[in-house]
Design a protein around this ligand. Structure first.
Ligand SMILES: Cc1cc2nc3c(=O)[nH]c(=O)nc-3n(C[C@H](O)[C@H](O)[C@H](O)COP(=O)(O)OP(=O)(O)OC[C@H]3O[C@@H](n4cnc5c(N)ncnc54)[C@H](O)[C@@H]3O)c2cc1C
Length: 465
C-alpha cells in the first residue's frame, strides 16, 4: 500500500479499517475458488453514516470500492480484480446485519444490507410470515448481494425474483448522497424508480445499505414430491398438468438431470436417493396445497405416461431431505471441479427443444464433454453446465470450455433467451454481454453508469462491457 493511501485511511474511524493480510484473505477469493483479487484494505462500516463517510472519502482520494456481502456470487463480481490499476478497498456490509422491524400486518420486513438470508427467514417465521425467496447459499448470502444480483432461487415461479420482493431500499450513491426509498408505498408515480435500478446493478451504481422486503403469509399447506421422468418435455407436461390442477399453489418446480442427481448422492454424506428406480431426469415439486391434491395429480400423470415414478414426502423432515439434495448440487459440483458454469433462460415452452439442440451442438463440436444440467424449469432457467471430457487437461476449461460456452450463448441468442438468468454478469460474462447484448440497452447502461459514477469508482470492471 502506498504511503498516500495509508495516510488517507487514517482519516477513517480505526474501528472500521482492516489492513492485515489475514483479515483480507477470506474476502479476496470467490465462492467458486476460481478468482482471487487484490485490495489495499477491508472496510467494515457499522451503519449508513459510515458508508457515506467511506464513499465520500473514496471519491476524494480516487479509491475504487468493491462491495461485498456473503461472497457467494458465482460470476466474480464480489471480489476485486487481481491487478489493481488504482487503490482499491473491499467494503463488507456484514456488520450491517440488523433485522430492524417485522410487520406481520403489512407483510414487510426491514433489515440492514448485511442481514443473512437464513436469519431473514427465521425472523419472518417468528412473526408468523415467510420471506419467499430461498437458495442453496441461504446461510451466507446477504440482502445487499441478493438485491444487487436480483437473485432468483427456487420460488420465483410463484413469488418472483428479488425485483418483485423489494418494497423499499436505501442506498449510498457514488457522490455520497443517500437515496432514501425505504418507505414501502404501494403507489408512487413521481418519476424513475431508482430503487429498481439498484436491483441487479451488481454494486456498480452505489452501495445498498438497508432494504424493506415484501413478506408472504406463513404457508398453510406444504406438499413435496420427488419425481422420476424421461425428458425435459415430460417435465413440462407435468408442470402444465399441475398448473391446471393446482393453479397458483405451485411454489417450486425444479428439474434435475441424472448426472446432477448422482453426483449429489456421491458427495453428500448420508444422502439417500428419493426413488429406488433410476431415471434420466428428476423433478422436485412443492405445492402450497394438501398432499392429497399433489398425490392425485401425480397419479394422473403416471397413468398418462408423463412420469415414471414419484415419492411424496411423508413428513416435513422428508420434504426437507429432498430439498437438501437439490440445494447440495452446486457444492457437489464444486467439489468435483472441472465444469464451465452457465446460467441461461429461454421461454419455458422451448426448454426441451433448446436442451436437445444444445446436446447436439456439444456432441458435434466438443466431443467427450458432458452436459451437467439442473435448474428452475418453471422459470425457463437452467444451469446448463458443461463438464470437461474425462481425463482432459485442466486447461480444457479455459480453451475448449470457454469456446463451448460461447457456442451455447450463440444458441441462446437464436432462441431469444438470456445468458444470465439469475447469477448476473460480474466479470465472468462481461465480454459475452458485450458480444451479444442489445446495443441500445448497452449504451443506455453505459450512459447511466457515467452519469452516476463518472470516476468509475463503484465496482469497476464488473457488469458493464
Ligand atoms: C450454493 C449456491 C447456490 C446458489 N443458488 C442461487 C440461486 O438459486 N439463485 C440465484 O439467483 N443465485 C444463487 N446463487 C448465487 C448467490 O448466492 C447470489 O448471487 C446472492 O445474491 C449473492 O449474495 P451475497 O451476499 O453472497 O453477495 P456477494 O457475492 O457478496 O456479491 C454479489 C454482487 O453484489 C454486490 N454487492 C454485494 N452487497 C452489496 C451491497 N450492499 N451494495 C451493492 N452491491 C453489493 C457485489 O459487489 C457483487 O457484485 C447461489 C450461490 C451458491 C454458492
Amino acid at each position: 500500500m502506498s504511503d498516500r493511501l495509508s495516510r488517507a485511511l487514517a482519516e477513517l474511524p480505526p474501528d472500521i479499517v482492516r489492513t492485515a493480510a489475514a483479515d483480507l484473505a477470506p474476502h479476496l477469493t470467490d465462492w467458486r475458488g476460481q478468482k482471487t483479487g487484490a485490495a489495499d484494505a477491508l472496510l467494515l462500516p457499522r451503519n449508513t453514516a459510515d458508508v457515506v463517510a467511506i464513499v465520500r472519502w473514496a471519491a476524494r482520494h480516487g479509491v475504487a470500492i468493491v462491495p461485498q456481502g456473503g461472497n457467494t456470487g458465482l460470476v466474480g463480481g464480489s471480489v476485486p480484480e487481481p491487478a489493481m490499476s488504482r487503490p482499491t478497498i473491499l467494503l463488507s456490509l456484514r456488520r450491517m446485519n440488523a433485522i430492524e422491524a417485522v410487520d406481520p400486518a403489512g407483510l414487510s420486513l426491514r433489515a440492514g444490507a448485511g442481514a443473512i438470508l437464513a436469519d431473514v427467514h427465521a425472523a419472518a417465521e417468528r412473526a408468523g410470515c415467510r420471506f419467499p425467496l430461498s437458495l442453496g447459499a441461504k446461510g451466507s448470502a446477504t440482502l445487499g448481494g441478493l438485491v444487487s444480483t436480483n437473485a432468483g432461487g427456487v420460488q420465483v415461479l410463484r413469488h418472483g425474483t428479488m425485483r418483485a420482493l423489494v418494497r423499499g431500499l436505501e442506498a449510498v450513491l457514488p457522490d455520497g448522497s443517500v437515496l432514501d426509498q425505504l418507505s414501502a408505498l404501494a403507489k408512487d408515480n413521481t418519476g424513475y424508480d431508482l430503487k429498481q435500478m439498484l436491483v441487479g446493478a451488481e454494486g456498480t451504481l452505489g452501495i445498498v445499505t438497508r432494504v424493506v422486503l415484501r413478506l408472504a403469509p406463513a404457508q398453510g399447506w406444504r406438499s413435496i414430491a420427488w419425481v422420476g421422468l424421461g425428458s425435459p418435455d415430460a417435465a413440462l407436461a407435468l408442470l402444465q398438468r399441475l398448473r391446471r390442477g393446482a393453479g397458483e399453489s405451485i411454489e417450486s418446480f425444479e428439474l434435475i438431470s441424472a448426472a446432477a442427481h448422482d453426483l449429489v448422492l456421491q458427495h453428500l454424506p448420508g444422502a439417500r436417493p428419493p426413488l429406488t428406480t433410476s431415471h434420466p431426469w428428476h423433478a422436485l415439486i412443492e405445492l402450497e396445497a394438501d398432499s392429497s391434491i399433489l398425490e392425485a395429480l401425480l397419479a394422473e400423470a403416471l397413468a398418462a405416461g408423463e412420469i415414471a415414478d414419484a415419492a411424496l414426502a411423508a413428513s416435513g423432515a422428508q420434504g426437507d431431505a429432498f430439498w437438501a439434495l437439490r440445494e447440495a448440487i452446486p457444492e457437489a459440483e464444486k467439489r468435483e471441479g472441472g465444469a464451465v458454469k452457465n446460467d441461461i433462460s429461454v421461454a419455458v415452452a422451448d426448454i426441451g427443444t433448446f436442451h436437445a439442440r444444445a446436446e447436439e451442438m456439444l456432441a458435434a463440436e466438443f466431443p467427450g464433454s458432458r452436459p451437467f444440467v439442473f435448474g428452475h424449469l418453471g422459470d425457463g432457467n437452467l444451469h446448463w453446465n458443461i463438464r470437461a471430457p474425462l481425463g482432459a487437461d485442466p486447461a480444457w476449461l479455459k480453451s475448449d470450455g470457454e469456446a463451448a460456452r460461447r457456442r451455447l450463448h450463440d444458441l441462446i441468442a437464436e432462441f431469444g433467451g438470456s445468458i444470465s438468468a439469475e447469477h448476473g454478469i460480474g466479470t465472468l460474462k462481461r465480454a459475452e454481454l458485450g458480444r451479444l447484448g442489445n446495443p441500445a440497452r448497452l449504451s443506455a447502461m453505459r450512459a447511466i453508469k457515467a452519469a452516476l459514477d463518472p470516476a468509475d469508482l463503484m465496482n469497476p470492471g464488473k457488469l458493464i462491457p
